[in-house]
Design a protein around this ligand. Structure first.
Ligand code: SAH
Length: 246
C-alpha cells in the first residue's frame, strides 16, 4: 500500500517528511484563529497536517490580578500601548526557534509576493498582532521584530493582517493547491498582473468570450494572454513594470 492510499496519514507523519510549516500567532484574540483559514484549501491542508497553527494568548503574560497588557503612552496622547515586558515574556515563551519574528504593523515594509514566497520556503513564522495604538518600541528592538504591513491603511488590530500573511504563504506550500496550483501564471509571479479569465456560457448578456480562447491555438492563446498581462499592468500598475518598459 503506497502512502497516497492512506488517507488518514498526516503529511508530517510520512517517512522523511519535512516538519510542517508552522505559524505561531501572539494575539489578544486567539479565538479569531484559524477563522477563515480553517476553510477550503488552507483548512483541508491544516486538517491533514501540511501546516500548523498555534495561537497564543498574550494576556497569559499580563500583569496582576487583571492580567493587564497595556498602559497609557509615555508623553501623553490618545489610546493605549502594549507593554514591552508583557509582550517580551509572551514572545520568549512562544519563540523557541529561529523562525522569522514578524510584527504586523502599518509602519512595516509592505508585504509582497516575493516576501511571501521566501516565508513559505522557510520553516514558518512567529506573528505578533498589535492592538490599540501599537506596541512599546523597545520590544521591537530587543526581540528583533520585523515590521510587516499588508497595505497603506490602518486596521484595528494585527489579527486580520496575520491571517492575510498566513493565507498567502500556506497556498504556496507543496500540495496545498493540488491541481489548482497555477503558481507561475498568477498575478505578481513574473512581475505582471494576470490576464482575464472566462468560462461557460460562451455568450452572456451579449458579451462573448474572445475568439482566440475558443480557437484551440495554444501559441496564439499564450501570446494573447501575455499581451493582456502587459497591457493590464501598464494601465493599472505601471510601478510593477521594469524600467525599460514604456
Ligand atoms: N497607531 C498605529 C496604528 C495601530 S493599529 C500607527 O499609526 O501606526 C493597531 C494594530 O493593528 C497595529 O499595532 C498592527 O498590529 C495592526 N495593523 C494596523 N494596520 C496594519 C497594516 N496596514 N498592516 C499590518 N498590521 C496592521
Amino acid at each position: 500500500m503506497s502512502d497516497s492510499d492512506r488517507p488518514s496519514m498526516r503529511d508530517s507523519d510520512r517517512p522523511g517528511a519535512a516538519p510542517p510549516w508552522r505559524a505561531t500567532v501572539l494575539t489578544l484574540y486567539p479565538e479569531m484563529f484559524p477563522g477563515p483559514l480553517g476553510h477550503s484549501l488552507s483548512g483541508d491542508a491544516l486538517a491533514r497536517g501540511a501546516w500548523s497553527l498555534e495561537p497564543r494568548q498574550i494576556r497569559e503574560h499580563g500583569l496582576g490580578r487583571h492580567r493587564n497588557v497595556d498602559d497609557t503612552p509615555a508623553g501623553g496622547g490618545a489610546g493605549m500601548v502594549l507593554r514591552c515586558d508583557v509582550l517580551g515574556a509572551a514572545i520568549d515563551a512562544a519563540a523557541d526557534d529561529s523562525r522569522p519574528r514578524l510584527l504586523m504593523s502599518p509602519r512595516g515594509k509592505p508585504l509582497t509576493q516575493d516576501r511571501v514566497r521566501a516565508l513559505a520556503d522557510g520553516p514558518g513564522a512567529i506573528l505578533v498582532c498589535g492592538r490599540f495604538e501599537g506596541v512599546d518600541e523597545r520590544v521591537i528592538e530587543a526581540r528583533g521584530l520585523e515590521e510587516v504591513s499588508i497595505g497603506d491603511y490602518v486596521l484595528s488590530g494585527g489579527e486580520i493582517a496575520a491571517l492575510v500573511l498566513i493565507d498567502a504563504c500556506v497556498r504556496l506550500l507543496p500540495g496545498v493547491m493540488g491541481k489548482h496550483a497555477s503558481g507561475v501564471e498568477e498575478s505578481f509571479e513574473g512581475g505582471l498582473l494576470e490576464y482575464p479569465h472566462y468560462t461557460r456560457p460562451r455568450e452572456w448578456e451579449g458579451r462573448t468570450i474572445p475568439d482566440v480562447l475558443m480557437g484551440g491555438n495554444h501559441a496564439a492563446i499564450a501570446r494573447w494572454r501575455a499581451e493582456c498581462s502587459r497591457a493590464l499592468t501598464r494601465a493599472r500598475r505601471p510601478d510593477l513594470l521594469g524600467r525599460d518598459e514604456p
